[in-house]
Design a protein around this ligand. Structure first.
Ligand code: MRU
Length: 354
């Protein structure tokens, strides 16, 4: 039996070395495993926008490192000028994707760190900011492990677990959020099946979740999104776990488009639905899901399947990248500090008041 606390998944989503951010290009998975060095803040912006790096925690980490590129060659400036550029460029990076709170959270953390050290020279400030970005990355590993430990007791021998999109290693620093309990349960020798929804339109479930779990030796089965109801009705699914991009103060949860459908089905079939996320994904400044900005992406993601056109030219298209699951449909939130259960508004308020 593998020791759960030494368990590491097989992919390295992001790394930072000698001032260079390297990402695995997720648009090329599962066909090719290609690592891409980032050379500028513009390239990081583009990599986030195009989902080369994606998943809420991973874009937060990429954003923190990406911001360093904006000020790397500004270390000779006076601190005031350095801070001005840092803040402008943080706003620029934040605009790359609006829904996941982790990106703005990480950028705000970098900017407030800089503000708190405004008495330093720009050169020293850069070094402190680099340490802060590395800390955000390192902390994410610990958070993933914490979610794994909190969620692992939900996974029992012989069960079927459904997940949607990719809230795995590829979406974070290491163990993922939704996948962390699965990785730890697998390392502890439990036998269970994971069902990965393919996740139209960009197939993060098929291309990424199915791939990374298979690479790590988990028992994973790929289904299309419209098979989830059938699989639930036949008793294959005992538990659903997804990640999230932003949780409002009342527990309403934004996640990849299709998550709300899974939640409605899970309620109908009496299957518990847990959302795994670190504390940094709770946005206590957003009262409910109605205020969460939902990213709308290009029509081509819907009218093409890879290179092949699958919708008529000129057709009207909607492509919201996320939906909001009402909190009533959620059984609990798997966090690094344990599981938060309803009533969410009250319980989250208590937790965040501390
Ligand atoms: O558009 P994506 O691929 O970035 O969407 C990702 C998701 O919806 C994930 O479930 C979410 O970010 C949680 S990742 C731990």
């Amino acid at each position: 039996m593998t020791e759960t606390n030494s368990y590491k998944p097989v992919v390295q989503t992001l790394s930072w070395s000698d001032g260079i951010l390297t990402i695995i290009d997720q648009t090329r998975l599962p066909v090719e495993v290609v690592y891409e060095e980032q050379e500028s803040i513009e390239q990081v912006w583009d990599s986030i926008k195009k989902l080369k790096v994606r998943g809420a925690p991973a874009i937060g980490i990429a954003g923190a490192y990406g911001l360093l590129y904006a000020v790397k060659d500004k270390q000779d400036l006076d601190t005031e000028e350095f801070l001005k550029i840092l803040k402008q460029q943080a706003e620029y990076l934040e605009a790359s994707r609006p829904t996941a709170v982790n990106l703005s959270w990480a950028l705000k953390r970098m900017v407030s760190k800089a503000d708190s050290l405004a008495s330093l020279s720009a050169g020293k400030l850069y070094m402190e900011l680099e340490k802060e970005a590395i800390a955000i990355h390192d902390e994410d590993r610990v958070l993933c492990r914490g979610m794994g430990e909190s969620g692992m007791p939900l996974i029992k021998d012989g069960i079927g677990v459904l997940t949607h999109c990719n809230a795995g290693s590829l979406a974070t620093s290491e163990l993922g959020t939704a996948t962390a309990p699965m990785y730890l349960a697998h390392a502890a020798g439990l036998k269970f099946k994971v069902y990965a929804d393919e996740t139209r339109p960009l197939l993060q479930g098929a291309r990424l979740t199915a791939w990374e779990l298979q690479q790590s030796g988990l028992d994973v089965t790929l289904i299309t999104d419209n098979m989830a109801a059938f699989m639930m009705s036949k008793g294959f699914i005992d538990l659903a776990i997804t990640g999230t991009d932003r949780v409002a103060a009342n527990g309403d949860t934004a996640n990849k488009i299709g998550t709300m459908g899974v939640a409605i089905l899970a309620k109908y079939f009496n299957i518990p639905l847990y959302i795994a996320c670190p504390s940094s994904t709770f946005d206590m400044n957003t009262p409910s899901g109605d205020e969460i900005v939902i990213e709308e992406r290009s029509a081509e993601e819907v009218t093409f399947f890879g290179e092949r056109r699958t919708g008529p030219e000129g057709i009207q298209v909607r492509n919201p990248a996320f939906d909001v699951t009402p909190h009533e449909l959620i059984t609990g939130f798997i966090t690094e500090n344990g599981i938060v259960r309803p009533p969410f508004k009250e319980n989250l308020a208590k937790i965040f008041a501390k």
